[in-house]
Design a protein around this ligand. Structure first.
Ligand code: ATP
Ligand code: LTN
Length: 348
């Protein structure tokens, strides 16, 4: 089949460590479920990425299954989409090494996420530094067209595109050059207490982040104490009024109403009214997700079964590209070794 007749390939990754936030929902989960409607979606629980900062091995196992439950609870369908674990598909680790040869050391050092996380940890691992190379491999192995992510991943996506182009230039056409899809509204949800910073799984305070698993009363309280400003006017102006603008974006994500419509709705209202309304809209958004999540996470065997179906599909989809990478880079085949030429990646 010609490439143009295929559905676009969608790929995104999400880390299994830490409690997932409303920011992850807005820039991540929400988009995954939407893009699955039009594309051929691969959604990867990036457990190998989680080694880059200190973590607890016993917790990783449980939180990996929890994240699978959350991906299904937010609307991914195991029949239509491929949901799998990065460590179950060894091509990811292999691709990262091969691609490190075409990744610039200087560019890795300029990554904002690396600088922020390096500053926050006493032990800075080499994995934290090379993290974007593994991410580039995740995406490129699947000949991905679109990558739905939050705004914080823009720089990593740029690096993945550079790596693809450098490889193609040096070794011959091998990868599709992927494009990021970042939502215009809700691409960067800010911390409720520090509206100049993004709401972060690892760097936000308990009060600054809303967690998908927070009970309704906790959510309401977090919004009641959200930082705003000393004016009274409810309008969208992210630079001058980051706190209020963030609340409007959150409400737009939760209800589907435009920012304009919300500004009109709140003409003459006070910040207290806005906070209550946003809190309520988020409770309504997250409650059904939390219920589905609780039901799904109870059945560990079923989650493991679904992940093994996903891993098999992901292995089959990534294998031809990995073979082609080895081939193009000049690795010899052994008699029993990798078979070249039998399979080609989609579209090549
Ligand atoms: P950390 O906050 O520690 O950097 P993370 O939450 O960004 O971790 P993941 O859980 O892998 O890491 O992120 C999954 C998705 O959520 C990514 O696409 C990321 O861009 C998106 N995301 C994360 N935080 C936000 C936010 N505040 N607003 C919008 N999208 C976000
Ligand atoms: N770096 C991303 C997680 C991630 C990812 C990916 C996202 C790893 N591999 C591939 C999109 C595509 C993060 O920190 N949120």
């Amino acid at each position: 089949m010609a490439a143009t007749e295929q559905k676009p390939r969608i790929f995104s990754g999400i880390q299994p460590t830490g409690r997932k936030t409303l920011g992850n929902y807005s820039g991540g989960f929400r988009q995954y479920a939407q893009t699955q409607e039009t594309g051929d979606g691969f959604f990867c629980i990036v457990d190998l990425h989680s080694l880059s900062v200190e973590y607890d091995p016993a917790e990783l196992r449980r939180s990996t299954l929890d994240l699978a439950a959350l991906l299904f609870a937010t609307g991914l369908d195991a029949e239509r989409s491929t949901v799998f674990c990065q460590s179950h598909v060894t091509a990811h680790a292999e691709a990262a090494w091969l691609l490190s040869a075409v990744t610039s050391y200087g560019q890795l050092g300029r990554m904002t996420q690396f600088k922020e996380k390096a500053a926050a940890h006493e032990f800075v691992s080499a994995a934290l530094f090379t993290y974007p190379v593994l991410m580039a491999g995740d995406i490129l192995l699947y000949q991905t067209d679109f990558v739905p992510v939050g705004d914080d991943q823009r720089q990593h996506l740029e690096l993945a595109r550079d790596v693809a182009q450098r490889f193609n230039h040096r070794y011959g056409e091998t990868f599709r050059v992927p494009e990021a899809i970042i939502p215009e509204i809700g691409g960067r949800i800010m911390d409720l207490q520090e509206p100049a910073d993004k709401m972060s799984t690892t760097l936000s305070s308990e009060q600054g982040a809303v967690y998908i698993a927070d009970p309704p009363d906790v959510i309401r309280k977090k919004f009641k104490t959200a930082v705003t400003d000393s004016e009274r006017e409810i309008r969208y102006a992210p630079r001058e009024k980051p706190g209020v603008s963030n609340l409007l974006e959150i409400m737009s994500v939760a209800t589907g109403e435009s920012i304009k419509a919300l500004e009109q709705r709140f003409v003459g209202a006070g910040y207290g009214d806005l906070k209550d309304a946003v809190g309520e809209s988020v409770v309504e958004l997250l409650s059904p997700i939390r219920e589905r999540f609780e039901a799904l996470r109870a059945d560990e065997r079923e989650l493991q079964r679904l992940l093994s179906v996903g891993a098999e599909k992901a292995r089959r989809a990534s294998e031809p590209t990995l073979d082609l990478m080895y081939d193009r880079m000049g690795f010899a085949t052994s008699e029993a070794g990798r078979f070249f030429g039998a399979a080609r990646p989609r579209g090549l």
